[in-house]
Every structure is written in C-alpha cells, then in structure tokens.
Design a binder for this molecule. Structure first.
Ligand SMILES: *[C@@H]1O[C@H](CO)[C@@H](O)[C@H](O)[C@H]1NC(C)=O
Ligand SMILES: *[C@@H]1O[C@H](CO)[C@@H](O)[C@H](O)[C@H]1NC(C)=O
Ligand SMILES: *[C@@H]1O[C@H](CO)[C@@H](O)[C@H](O)[C@H]1NC(C)=O
Ligand SMILES: *[C@@H]1O[C@H](CO)[C@@H](O)[C@H](O)[C@H]1NC(C)=O
Length: 512
C-alpha cells in the first residue's frame, strides 16, 4: 500500500536519517577521545614488588608500577612530536661500550615526518577485537587476584599453589587466559642461519630452543598476523655473532645493520610495526650482546618487548616491558637425567662454587672464601682433578650463583635442577619469572658487601627453614625444565607467559 502523503515516514527511514548520523557522531567522538587514552595495567601481584633484583631494580619496578609505562604512555598520546623527542632523549642514555646506532637520527626524523600530521583513518576492527579480549582477560585476572576462593580453577595437570608464587590464583588465571587467547605471529621473512635458527645447546640454548618451539606449530602461533597479539622478530644474535661479526673487532655495527634492514622490510611490508611503533613486537636473545643489538633502532630498544638473558637494569632493562630469559646450559640438548638431587640429610657441604674470575663480583667472592681450608665452604676457582662439578652441587645445601661477565648465570637453573638452594649474588639483575615467582621463598639473595658474612648468613638459616626452601626449589623445577616438545608450565610456556603479561600491560592504538 502506498501513501501519498509525505508526512509519514516508515520507521526505518527514521532510523536511517536520525539514528545513523547520531551513531556516526558518537563513534567519531569516541575515536578522537580514544586517541588520547592510554592505559597501563600491571598484574596485581606486581605492585607489591619485592623481587630478587637489587634495590635499583626494584626501584625501577616500583617507579613503573606507579601506573605508567612511560614509553607506551608517550607513544600512544596524540602528541607525536613530543613522543619522538622523548625517544630521542632516551637514546642518549646509552651505555658506554655500545657504538651509537648507525642510522638512528635519520630514521627518527623520517618517522617523525611520516607520522605527522595525524589523520583519522579507517578503524582497525581486528585490533579492536584483540584489545577488547585483552581487556576482558585483564579484568578476569584482577578478579582472580582479589577473590581467590571464588575463582579457583580445576586443572588436569597442575594447580599453582603455595608461597613460591607471588599470587598463585592470579598466575593460574593468567596462564589459563593465555592458553585460551594468546596468539603470536612469527615473521616469515629472513633466511637461516641468521633468522629462524639459533643454538639449541650451550649456555645460549634458550635462544634456539625458543625460536624452534615457536616455529614448530604450537597452539600459540598464528599464521594470520591480523589475529596476533604480538609479532615475533625471529633473529638470533648468537648466529649473527657467529656469521657476520668480524672476530676481535668489537664492532657490532654489521649486526645492527642486519636488524635495521630486517625491521625496514617488515615495517614496509606489513602495517603492524608502524601501527604501534614496535610496542607489540618482541625480540629474544640470550647472547651477552642482546641488549646492544636491541639498540639498532630506537623503537626496538625503547618500545618493543626485549626478552633477554642479560637482564641488567643498569643497562636499560625495564622489568615491566622487558622479559628476563633464564640462562640454561644445555650440553647434550636434553635435560632428562640431569634433573634431581639427593635428600637433605646426605648433603654434607654447606656451600659450593667453582668458576672463573669473571666480572666484578667473583673476585670478591674468591678473595674471601677460596682456599680457606674450610670443608663447609667449598669455594673454588678450578675444581681439583677428578672432582665432579655436578656431584658437588648435588652434595651441597647451598650453591653460590654470582654474576660473571653478565648478570645472568647458568648456575641458578643448574642449582634448581640439582635441588641445591641457590644463593644469588648480583647487582641490577632481574630474575627470570620474578613477575610470577616469589624468589625469596626458595633462594637466598645477598648483596656484594655481605660476601664476607656469607658463612654466617647461611649457618643462621635454621634447619626447618632450609627444608622449606629446599622443598620449594623442587616445586619450581617444573618451570625451568626444557621439554621437547614443550609441556604446560615448563620453561617455554613460562617465557611465553612473561611475554603475555607484558602484552597485557598496554593497549595498542592505531597510529597509522
Ligand atoms: C606537544 O609536545 C610539545 C613538545 O614537547 C609541547 O610543547 C606541546 O605543548 C605539546 N602539545 C600538546 C597538545 O600536548
Ligand atoms: C577464602 O579463603 C580464605 C583464605 O584464603 C579463607 O580464610 C576464607 O574462609 C575463604 N572464604 C570462603 C567463603 O571460602
Ligand atoms: C612504515 O613507516 C616507514 C617509515 O616511515 C615507511 O617507509 C613504511 O612505508 C611504512 N609502512 C607501511 C606499511 O606503511
Ligand atoms: C650491569 O650494567 C652496569 C652498567 O653498564 C655494569 O657496570 C655492570 O657491570 C653490569 N653487570 C654485570 C654483571 O655485567
């Protein structure tokens, strides 16, 4: 039926001419508003920071836990020129041995130019969906942290519980949310051996293991970059040192150039790097030069998640943004047969260490405790002929783990494997998984100036207290075990979980 009168409009016309423009205006207002919005969320159990890290490290952690992840906050603010200048300023706090990033100033200017003026573009629906789901995961973890009994989750394999965790409920919920949601895209560009390859043995083994396990189809890898929460830059600094570094030159610019070229390729081929200025990207390296390599590009250093064995806060490691990677010396490539210890009653040595005079801390340790003819304190530079290193660790109550040339030491994980309570002596080191694990409950941490007091400190620990720590060392073992293929809650998944937590820590707003 037709109506001749024009005064009558069917309801859908009304919808079309009145509601739709209204909706558009609202959307526009919202998207303008959200440009200014930035949020930094830190897992609830991070705020009461008392990690094993030195005072400097926990100061850094607390400063950041105060509510702002500075770099991200600045990136996602609408004022691009001020964000670029802040990154420039950041770059000036470079540590002495590292050569200046070869092309940084040029690139900075380019980036600045190309990101101005900020224009409104098409909404990124995929990104909005990812961020929406992350927001729900955040809320669910926060709820679990605050309401332990309401959210207790069954788990067929393992339920984290007890004082080894900073907050077992929050960790468990976060782990389950990671399993449900988390997706990683691995860039396929780049040729082995510098890319998609890495050492799977030696003290750098975690580098190759992670790349390998990430690439060998696992449930966290997605082939669709639109579905990814983070993008992995699969280069190996160890392989670069082996193949493109000229020995003895101490010139790492070829490595830096390779990384810059790589990021130029992926940032021109895909929109993701420019979209977040690298914030939802991560690199991983166990090599001592990992942090230097990350200085190839200002945004890689200051925005991306850097997963590093060399987690030295004095060299710019940021506990809320970066991930401390455990250093595990895999000699044969498998940990089976290498794990397990003997009962406390048969551990006759109080404290054991054997190792070279590397770095600033060990000379002090050796000066005070080497050759003191004290059977309780087995502190050696070189072990006597015929004495087995691992047998000594297994027969000791405490294993001394001082930093060497770099903050991380493979001794920490060795001690955990052999059920010897680690005594950690380091400055500015952020311990692996200290976002989740309460290291104080299963290790002893002493400062460098307490080294002369070492024996007193260890003998003052009561037998009951020791046995509790020793049991907890056995409990955390599972989080450091290398499995092939990886198993739930093992070291691969713990590394991934640390990356997941860092990703929960910020929102990506499309800067394109
Ligand atoms: C943008 O940053 C510049 C330089 O820091 C500053 O002078 C200016 O006031 C900022 N503008 C806004 C809108 O925040
Ligand atoms: C919740 O857990 C706490 C200890 O964790 C306990 O004291 C309390 O009774 C529990 N509440 C309920 C309702 O189960
Ligand atoms: C990302 O930014 C760089 C430098 O400004 C530019 O050369 C490149 O084309 C951009 N990538 C995309 C996909 O637009
Ligand atoms: C940590 O970094 C600082 C600053 O570069 C350096 O002095 C210190 O030796 C580093 N620690 C270790 C164990 O390498």
């Amino acid at each position: 039926m037709r109506t001749s009168s024009s005064s009558f409009y069917p309801p859908y016309i009304l919808l079309f001419f009145i509601l739709l423009p209204l909706l558009l205006v609202l959307l526009l207002a919202f998207s303008l508003n959200s440009k200014q919005y930035s949020s930094s969320w830190s897992p609830p159990w991070l705020s009461s920071a008392s990690t094993a890290a030195s005072t400097a490290a926990s100061a850094a952690l607390e400063a950041e836990a105060d509510g702002v992840a500075l770099t991200q906050k600045e990136i996602f603010a609408s004022n691009i020129s001020s964000s670029a200048s802040s990154i420039e300023a950041d770059d000036h706090i470079s540590f002495s041995p590292a050569p200046q990033p070869a092309r940084s100033s040029n690139e900075l200017i380019q980036l600045e130019d190309s990101s101005l003026p900020v224009r409104a573009r098409r909404r990124d629906v995929h990104l909005e969906r990812l961020e929406f789901n992350l927001a729900k995961a955040r809320a669910s973890i926060t709820f679990a942290a605050q309401n332990p009994n309401k959210t207790y989750a069954e788990d067929k394999d393992y339920v984290p519980i007890g004082p080894v965790y900073r907050n077992p409920y929050a960790f468990h919920r976060s782990y389950l949310e990671m399993e449900r949601l988390f997706k990683v895209y691995v860039y396929e560009e780049g040729e082995p051996p510098l890319f998609h390859d890495g050492p799977c043995r030696s003290i750098y083994s975690m580098e190759g293991r992670f790349i390998y396990n990430m690439e060998m189809g696992n449930r966290f890898r997605t082939r669709n970059p639109e579905h990814a929460h983070v993008h992995f830059l699969p280069f190996s600094v160890v392989k670069m040192v082996k193949f493109i570094y000229q020995p003895k030159t101490f010139d790492i610019s070829p490595i830096k150039r390779t990384i810059v070229d790589y990021i130029n390729v992926i940032s021109s081929r895909y929109p993701y790097w420019n979209r977040s200025l690298g914030a939802d990207h991560f690199m991983l390296s166990c090599h001592d030069w990992g942090p230097h390599a990350s200085k190839s590009l200002p945004y890689l250093y200051s925005n991306s998640i850097r997963v590093l064995c060399n987690a030295n806060t004095s060299e710019g490691f940021k506990p809320l943004k970066d991930v401390s990677l455990p250093e595990i010396n895999l000699k044969t490539g498998v940990t089976a047969g290498f794990i397990g210890g003997i009962p406390v009653s048969r551990r006759s040595i109080l404290a054991f260490f054997a190792g070279g005079m590397h770095g600033p801390i060990r000379p002090i340790l050796l000066k005070h405790w080497k050759d003191k003819h004290d059977n309780d304190m087995q502190i050696h530079e070189y072990l006597p002929q015929g004495v087995d290193y691992y047998k000594m660790m297994k027969s000791s109550k405490f294993c001394i783990c001082p930093s060497g040339y770099e903050v991380a030491s493979p001794r920490i994980v060795e001690a955990i494997y052999l059920e010897c309570v680690p005594v950690i002596i380091s400055d500015h080191y952020v311990l692996p998984f200290s976002d989740v694990l309460n290291w104080k409950s299963f290790s002893v941490q002493i400062s460098v100036d307490q080294i002369p007091e070492l024996k007193n400190i260890l003998t003052r620990i009561s037998k009951g207290q020791y046995i509790r720590m020793w049991r907890r060392v056995k409990m955390v073992q599972k989080h450091f075990v290398v499995n092939s293929p990886p198993e739930r809650f093992d070291v691969f998944h713990m590394i991934l979980h640390s990356i997941w937590l860092r990703r929960l820590n910020f929102r990506v707003q499309d800067l394109n």
